[in-house]
Design a protein around this ligand. Structure first.
Ligand code: ADP
Length: 716
């Protein structure tokens, strides 16, 4: 083996030879010379060189390696074998070493004789002789191409690994960020079903406690029910489990769930298996969408829609709904019947609809007055331009129904706007006013008539007022002018009777003459008494006439005060007897006194009237019975019963009216004189002014009982 062959680093054969022939001597050689070094270099497989500053040196191994000719190495000629990119480095390092005497160490690429470059570690050190000046340098070039390759490969791999790791970390972070901004709940499982990732939305949906679980069996903790059956969703039924076990893709399965914080919600659950880039199955992903609110809104919307539908159907006005182009999209039953359209007719939409004007033409739209209506004057057109037509400004339109009859319709309406306020359609409401307008016209005519009648009435009222005033004057006058002479007539007649009696007693010279005078006087007295009766009747008639006048002008008044009904009844009877009516009158009562709240004078008139009528309308030989009783803790009742001819039911209803008298044949034989038929009417008014009631119980041929009730006086 020669130095010429040295240089092939990794030359295993050479090293094996050295190893095989080794018999190591332990003492050091006397002088370590070039041969020693060369041997050493051969043993470690490197190029040894010696250099003398300013000159060449021993470079044979170098020359053998690089193929440089002997003379080409000296000075800086060796640099030619260095890779051009490394030459500057090499020159600088060698210059520095020479200048500083410091050991040289650098790695450069060196061209081999074959022309390829090897990575070489070049070391060198100055050899110091006896003097301090360096005389020589010794160095070695070690082929480290393989190690460098390995190292750089390792470095590359390391770099790659780091990159991959960083990339996967970044990908994971990106995924996490993406998942967290997703509005829907996402959960990811590995191939075994172990839940490995969930996003924020999942925790928001299922509650903070939503756990990551190991294996499919754990899914039991997520509580869900199938809405159709209400049965619990088992772990294997979960979309994720099916995606993992059967590689099924589950899309939007509706589930009712109970969250980990106890809320009930409805979700849409989707799940799918996940495969890696090579198509290998690695796990599953599930997505939950919370539709609780959507379902609530859906239900609400449904409710509103059906509400609207009912309103639409139930409304009696005609409703038309149009789109933004004015095409009819809906109408209700009232609209169909208003236009005389078939109840099942649905408005055509889209291209089939035909032009609006063409369709409207069929209805021959006119103004209320009958003039043709231009399209831009249509209510619909006005509304689509943004106008709202309120009921107070409803537009009267005359239109022809499909059956040819005319209808007068009052239209109102308003635009339909979207959320941004843009007009997207219109609603018009038509009310059939055909009848009403006709009635209006009739009403107007009637109003005019009424106005005329009112004017006439006003004129009459004015003259009535005048008459009333005159009536008042008449009453005042009549009261005075009619009653005063009657009173004085009565008083004078009474005086005349008294004087005549006295005269009859004292006159006459003898008994015969006295008897004649007395007879004469008696007959005159009888005549005067008849005149007295007539005067009484006249007084009564005048009183009745005045009372009726008062009633009719609203001037009759009563002034109730506590008094005794029994006393009143007795005094009326006494007065009647004094008038010599010559009748049997019974007074029946099961109490001593009966205190009532009454105007004593007026109530006496009533009792007197009842009694007088009973006397008038019953035979003289029949008795009359007056009965007093308490009919409740509030009312007393007085009735007068006679055994006269009675009154028929039809007549009973009329006798309380003013100027009401029975037919002449009904008049009792004794009912001579003038009867005006005012008495009972006055009685009724007086009793009712007291808060009582009047009545009669009678039948033809069975007598009559006239009665009234009157309030009892409050017990003090
Ligand atoms: P007048 O007696 O002055 O006609 P009234 O008003 O007192 O008026 O009576 C109205 C009518 O009722 C009388 O005309 C008489 O026909 C009828 N009438 C009243 N009281 C009786 C009675 N007790 N029996 C039968 N008819 C009576």
């Amino acid at each position: 083996m020669t130095s010429d062959t040295v240089g092939g680093a990794g030359d295993d054969a050479a090293r094996t030879d050295v190893d095989a022939s080794a018999s190591i001597r332990v003492e050091a050689p006397a002088v370590v010379d070039v041969a020693h070094l060369r041997a050493l270099a051969e043993a470690v497989g490197c190029i040894v060189w010696f250099a003398r500053p300013g000159g060449c040196g021993e470079w044979s191994a170098w020359q053998a390696f690089t193929g440089q000719a002997e003379g080409a190495v000296s000075d800086w000629g060796w640099l030619d074998a260095v890779h051009p990119d490394d030459r500057a480095l090499a020159r600088e390092a060698w210059s520095h070493a020479l200048a500083s005497d410091e050991p040289l160490s650098l790695v450069i690429r060196l061209r081999r004789a074959a022309g390829d470059y090897r990575q070489m570690h070049i070391v060198g050190a100055p050899v110091r002789g006896d003097g301090s000046e360096p005389k020589e340098w010794v160095g070695a070039c070690l082929d480290i191409t393989e190690q460098a390759d390995i190292a750089s490969e390792q470095l590359r791999e390391l770099g790659q690994e780091r990159r991959v790791r960083a990339e996967s970390q970044a990908a994971e972070a990106r995924l996490g960020a993406v998942l967290d901004v997703l509005p829907h709940a996402v959960i990811i499982a590995d191939a075994d079903g172990t839940l490995i990732t969930r996003n924020k939305a999942l925790q928001a949906l299922w509650g903070e406690g939503a756990p990551l679980l190991v294996g499919i069996e754990g899914y039991r903790q997520y509580k869900a029910w199938w809405p159709a059956t209400g049965s619990l969703v088992t772990p294997e039924e979960w979309g994720m489990a099916r995606a993992l076990q059967q590689r099924e893709v589950v899309v939007n399965e509706e589930l009712d769930i109970e969250t980990f914080d106890g809320q009930r919600k409805t979700i849409l659950n989707s799940a799918a298996p996940v495969y890696d880039a090579n198509g290998d199955f690695i796990g599953g992903v599930a997505v939950n969408v919370d539709i609780t609110e959507r379902k609530r809104l859906d239900a609400e919307l449904q409710r509103r829609l059906s509400e609207l539908e009912s309103v639409f159907a139930a409304i009696t006005d005609a409703l038309f709904v149009y789109d933004a182009d004015g095409q009819l999209v809906r109408m209700n039953a009232a609209a169909r019947s208003l236009l005389g359209i078939d109840p099942d007719y649905q408005p055509a939409t889209g291209p089939d609809a035909g032009s609006l004007a063409a369709r409207a033409h069929r209805f021959h739209l006119r103004t209320g007055g009958g003039a043709p209506l231009a399209e831009d004057q249509w209510v619909l057109r006005r509304i689509l331009r943004g106008e709202a037509i309120a009921p107070e400004s409803a537009v009267d339109v005359l239109l022809s129904r499909l059956d040819g009859s005319d209808a007068r319709v009052a239209f109102t309406g308003a635009p339909i706007r979207d959320g941004a306020g843009a007009i997207v359609g219109a609603v018009t409401v038509g009310r059939d006013v055909t009848e009403r307008r006709r009635t209006d016209d009739e009403l107007r005519a009637a109003n005019a008539e009424l106005a005329a009648a009112t004017a006439a009435l006003t004129r009459q009222a004015t003259s009535l007022e005048t008459m009333n005033r005159r009536m008042d004057q008449f009453l005042g006058m009549a009261n005075h002018e009619m009653k005063t002479p009657l009173t004085s007539l009565g008083a004078n007649l009474q005086l005349a009777v008294r004087r005549l009696r006295r005269l009859a007693r004292v006159s006459g010279h003898d008994a015969a003459e006295s008897a004649t005078v007395s007879r004469e006087a008696e007959s005159v007295i009888t005549m005067i008494e008849r005149a007295q009766g007539a005067a009484r009747r006249m007084t009564r008639l005048v009183n009745e006439l005045l009372d009726v006048s008062r009633i009719q002008t609203g001037r009759l008044e009563v002034h109730p005060e506590p008094c005794d009904l029994m006393t009143l009844a007795r005094s009326v009877i006494t007065e009647a007897r004094r008038g010599r009516i010559g009748r049997v009158i019974h007074l029946e009562a099961d109490m001593e006194g009966l205190p009532v709240l009454a105007d004593a004078d007026r109530l006496s008139e009533v009792i007197d009237n009842y009694l007088t009528n009973a006397v008038k309308y019953s035979p003289a030989d029949t008795p009359i019975t007056m009965t007093l009783a308490k009919v409740s803790d509030r009312l007393a009742r007085l009735s007068v019963r006679d055994e006269g001819q009675g009154i028929s039911p039809e007549t009973q209803a009329r006798i309380w009216n003013v100027f009401e008298r029975l037919d002449s044949e009904a008049q009792a034989p004794r009912a001579g004189g003038v009867n005006l038929g005012l008495g009972l009417h006055i009685c009724k008014i007086i009793v009712e002014l007291h808060g009582g009631q009047v009545g009669v119980e009678s039948a033809v041929g069975a007598g009559s009982t006239f009665w009234f009730t009157i309030p009892l006086a409050p017990v003090v």
